[in-house]
Ligand binder design. Structure first.
Ligand SMILES: CC(C)(COP(=O)(O)OP(=O)(O)OC[C@H]1O[C@@H](n2cnc3c(N)ncnc32)[C@H](O)[C@@H]1OP(=O)(O)O)[C@@H](O)C(=O)NCCC(=O)NCCS
Length: 189
């Protein structure tokens, strides 16, 4: 059973609100993942149906048996919401612990309509602070990013991550073929 406490169900920043990812977020999740420009940096690539997106969400829901995995939907807080859009959830952020019991990897993805407004950086800062508080035994977080994904590298750098290693040709992206990976790391302060 879990040695970790229950995660905070909601995390708030000045403009954003995180909610533990749940079924009701599916349509917005699909809107994000069905855009090839958004999904191109992922080994999973574009989602081609609501069913495929639903299957991807399955692996992201909070599970007390896998407590280090913690994924939130990112929503714009009501007081900041743009009434010209129907999109409630603008992004997803969270960590997985695929590699070893002591290593967690951060991932995030945002709806393209909301890029360039500082939302990912704001979300990452808040997520990391919440995660340090929640997961006392974890002393660092890694990120794996394509060396040409400059927006994501910038977000990580702004939040304190530093490059530690570059792997050559270690992954295949569906639309881009074999790619290098830049490994970045953030230590617990
Ligand atoms: C990466 C991503 C999350 C950024 O979201 P965002 O809300 O636009 O990010 P922010 O606005 O907080 O910050 C983006 C930063 O990158 C910079 N940037 C964006 N594109 C850039 C580019 N092509 N070259 C250099 N810098 C770039 C912006 O200027 C900004 O930096 P600044 O604040 O110093 O000006 C978003 O583009 C996304 O969802 N991409 C697809 C999924 C993805 O790549 N996930 C990460 C996988 S590791």
């Amino acid at each position: 059973m879990s040695e970790l406490p229950l995660p905070p169900p909601v995390v708030k920043t000045s403009r954003l609100e995180f909610q533990l990812l749940e079924e009701s977020h599916l349509n917005d999740f699909h809107a994000i993942w069905s855009n090839p420009s958004v999904a191109k940096w992922s080994t999973r690539g574009t989602s081609h149906s609501l069913g495929e997106s639903r299957a991807r969400m399955d692996g992201l829901f909070f599970d007390p048996e896998k407590p280090k995995r913690l994924n939130y939907g990112v929503l714009i807080r009501a007081s900041n919401s743009d009434t010209t859009t129907n999109c409630a959830m603008i992004g997803v952020i969270g960590v997985t612990s695929r590699f070893s019991l002591d290593t967690v990897e951060i991932g995030y993805i945002f709806n393209q309509s909301f890029w360039g407004q500082g939302y990912a950086s704001e979300a990452l800062v808040a997520y990391i602070e919440a995660y340090w508080g929640y997961s006392k035994g974890i002393n660092f977080i890694i990120a794996k990013v394509d060396p040409f994904n400059m927006g994501s590298i910038r977000v990580l750098e702004k939040c304190g991550f530093r490059v530690v290693e570059r792997f050559v040709g270690d992954i295949i992206l569906p639309g881009l073929g074999r790619r290098d990976t830049t490994l970045m790391k953030l230590d617990r302060p």
